[in-house]
Design a protein around this ligand. Structure first.
Ligand SMILES: CC(C)(COP(=O)(O)OP(=O)(O)OC[C@H]1O[C@@H](n2cnc3c(N)ncnc32)[C@H](O)[C@@H]1OP(=O)(O)O)[C@@H](O)C(=O)NCCC(=O)NCCS
Length: 179
């Protein structure tokens, strides 16, 4: 288990960012179920399959001052690929992950509801962007709902318009951050 960083500042919590292991599957699936409606949430099976294929493409923000020590408060995941656009087939097909892929796809950004609006997703996103840049990739791609376009634009993501994705029967914007 790799500890990537300790002591970032977002309130009083003692925060650590690390990649995931198979042991995190149940906790991550539970957070996903809290954050998304059933049609959009990645279920336990999908999370386990992703973790088996690309644990290093999960970034977990953990609160080391929590009662159970190291509770996950926010996480970001997605695989890397040379394909430029984020399409629905990617969510449940971890075999497409290419460790040398040019683009870091973002399939989910989740903060536990009780921990939202503390800057946790922002803190984690900045780390994901920094790691993706350090990995030599071309940039990152995500899809999001209308209301979050402004949130991601703050990090430098550019709205490319409505995605072909129909995931969860929702209209998604595709956004790209190019280095
Ligand atoms: C979207 C989501 C990931 C944001 O997580 P978060 O940890 O609350 O995000 P942040 O705290 O970094 O930023 C969110 C807001 O809090 C504000 N904020 C940041 N730091 C803050 C602080 N210290 N105190 C108060 N507010 C703060 C930000 O300005 C931002 O404001 P906005 O909502 O008006 O844009 C979270 O709401 C979530 O999991 N939602 C459900 C799943 C989802 O929709 N995910 C995105 C899929 S595309």
């Amino acid at each position: 288990m790799s500890k990537l960083m300790t002591g970032p500042t977002a309130g009083d919590a003692r925060l650590t960012i690390r990649h995931a292991t198979a042991d995190d599957a149940a906790a991550l699936a539970a957070i996903e179920a809290e954050c998304f409606p059933p049609a959009e949430a990645a279920g336990p099976g999908a999370i386990r399959a992703r973790l088996a294929a690309y644990p290093d493409c999960f970034w977990l923000l953990c609160d080391d001052s929590s009662d159970d020590g190291g509770a996950i408060v926010s996480f970001i995941n997605g695989f890397a690929t040379d394909r430029r656009d984020l399409t629905d087939d990617m969510y449940d097909d971890p075999s497409q992950h290419d460790p040398h892929g040019a683009w870091q796809m973002i399939f989910g950004v989740d903060t536990v509801p009780a921990s939202q609006h503390h800057g946790y997703a922002s803190l984690l996103m900045r780390r994901v962007i920094a790691d993706t840049r350090a990995a030599g990739r071309a940039g990152l791609v995500l899809t999001c709902k209308d209301r979050l376009v402004g949130f991601y634009a703050r990090f430098g993501y550019v709205d490319e318009g409505i995605s072909d994705s129909t995931h969860g029967d929702v209209v998604w914007h595709q956004m790209r951050l190019t280095f």
